[in-house]
Ligand binder design. Structure first.
Ligand SMILES: *Cc1c(COP(=O)(O)O)cnc(C)c1O
Length: 436
């Protein structure tokens, strides 16, 4: 399969080139040239298949031409070493819990898949050291760092905004050592993302180093996020709900997660419509309303992994819909919530249904409650475990919550990070010195 750039000014790339480069040379995002329609027989028997079996089928549609079957199967099965159960919360609303992986956030799926696929390409080509750059608003850093930890031939640099991620999130990528370096940037998430993008565009850096990105701009991280939408549907079918109109609601920041779901729909997944839930960083919500895309600096909220002021996967969404605002609003609606509304939703859902939401899932749950029509059933993506936002959640519900053992072991480690300004020159200097 070939991958083209959303900016249409770079040559198309093989899977390997797209994965190793991350971003196309014209700054566009890679898109697969085809989206394969899966046969109706697959959807008829989907409720009888395991998460791994379903995911392999989806992975094969994108990567089957470029990765030998037994290797692709091993990558998929290895990546999905945990379940993503669909849990009923309230009338006609289910939670697809994606926080049962090693770092307790949905990004484990894409990050683990990408680490395995990239290391396959490195082994195959006998490539020298590959440097993975990743900007994080909280959860990407930990998922990527843990996914790549100890993988030979790869060094990971995690860029995160100083003082803007939760203590637990920070511990998950600053305590690992080995091939993981944490860079504490004096700025916000958008500054971190700009530094990473700047590095890919810098001629000297690219001549000296092999750089790639593990943000959702990378197709190897982004496309596997389609897997669990199929599995969510399979579980709804098992519950006898497949004949309802199905609505999927995704708490969105950089829009990689929801874009993967849109690809799923393109492959025939019977979802009737989508809701993108935002916090106060509602650039996409405003786009839906006005047809104008106006990026602006992100503001800090309790749902910090969605504090994104210029969502990078917007480029993929408009490409997928041929730049047609009317086609986009036909499939996707939006919602936006203040911190007070998010906290109120966590509180009320706990009181009423004994279901504990995290701040991101809370946006999505509320959007479904407010947006679901009578003949519809919905599921939302619970993107992180509430214990990752311990203080926020305990303050809201006024109770102590249980911290999963996986999280406790991260918290015991010692933070190691390197402070840097948000100036590109400083970052470049650092990279050149580090890798000399
Ligand atoms: C990254 C993240 C999001 C946003 O996902 P995007 O793919 O960037 O839209 C939402 N919730 C949590 C917990 C996250 O870590």
């Amino acid at each position: 399969m070939k991958y083209y750039s959303t900016n249409q000014k770079a040559p198309s790339a093989s899977l390997e080139e797209a994965v190793v480069k991350g971003l196309a040379s014209d700054r566009g995002l890679y898109m697969p040239e085809q989206i394969e329609q899966l046969p109706s027989s697959f959807f008829e028997e989907i409720d009888k298949l395991s998460f791994q079996e379903i995911s392999y089928r989806v992975a094969d549609a994108f990567f089957g031409e470029d990765v030998p079957a037994e290797i692709l199967k091993e990558i998929v099965y290895d990546t999905l070493s945990f379940d993503t159960p669909l849990v009923p919360v309230s009338d006609h609303i289910y939670s697809l819990e994606l926080f049962h992986g090693p770092t307790l956030a949905f990004k484990d799926v894409g990050a683990r898949f990408m680490a395995r696929l990239l290391s396959y390409f490195i082994r195959k080509e006998g490539k020298k050291q590959v440097n993975v750059l990743v900007a994080t608003s909280g959860d990407t850093g930990s998922a990527v760092a843990n996914g790549f930890l100890g993988v030979e031939g790869i060094h990971v640099y995690v860029l995160y905004p100083k003082g803007k991620v939760s203590e637990i999130q920070e511990k998950q990528f600053t305590t690992l050592g080995q091939n993981i370096t944490a860079l504490e940037i004096d700025g916000n998430f958008d500054n971190c993302q700009a530094l990473v993008k700047g590095a890919f565009m810098d001629k000297e850096l690219n001549e000296r180093l092999t750089l790639t990105s593990a943000n959702s701009i990378n197709v190897a991280r982004f496309l596997p996020q389609a897997f669990y939408y199929f599995y969510g549907y399979a579980q709804l079918k098992k519950a006898g709900k497949a004949d309802d109109h199905i609505v999927v609601c995704v708490p969105s920041g950089n829009f990689g997660n929801i874009t993967a779901a849109l690809f799923g729909k393109g492959m025939g997944l019977p979802i009737s419509r989508f809701i993108a839930a935002n916090n106060r960083n509602d650039i996409f919500y405003q786009y839906l309303k006005t047809g104008e895309y106006k990026p602006r600096p992100s503001i800090t909220t309790v749902a910090n992994a969605m504090d994104v002021g210029d969502p990078s996967n917007f480029a993929r969404i408009i490409d997928l819909y041929q730049h047609s605002h009317s086609k986009i609003v036909n499939d996707i609606s939006g919602a936006t919530y203040t911190d007070d509304e998010i906290c109120e939703t966590v509180h009320n859902t706990w009181q009423q249904y004994q279901y504990l939401l995290d701040p991101h899932g809370a946006c999505a749950y509320r959007a479904l409650c407010e947006g679901l029509r009578p003949n519809e059933t919905g599921f939302f993506i619970e993107t992180a475990h509430p214990a990752k936002f311990l203080q926020t959640i305990e303050t809201i519900i006024g109770e102590k919550i249980k911290i999963p053992t996986r999280l406790q072991s991260f918290m015991a480690g010692t933070k190691q990070s390197i402070p840097l300004s948000s100036e590109f020159a400083d970052f470049k200097d650092f990279l050149l010195k580090e890798t000399r």
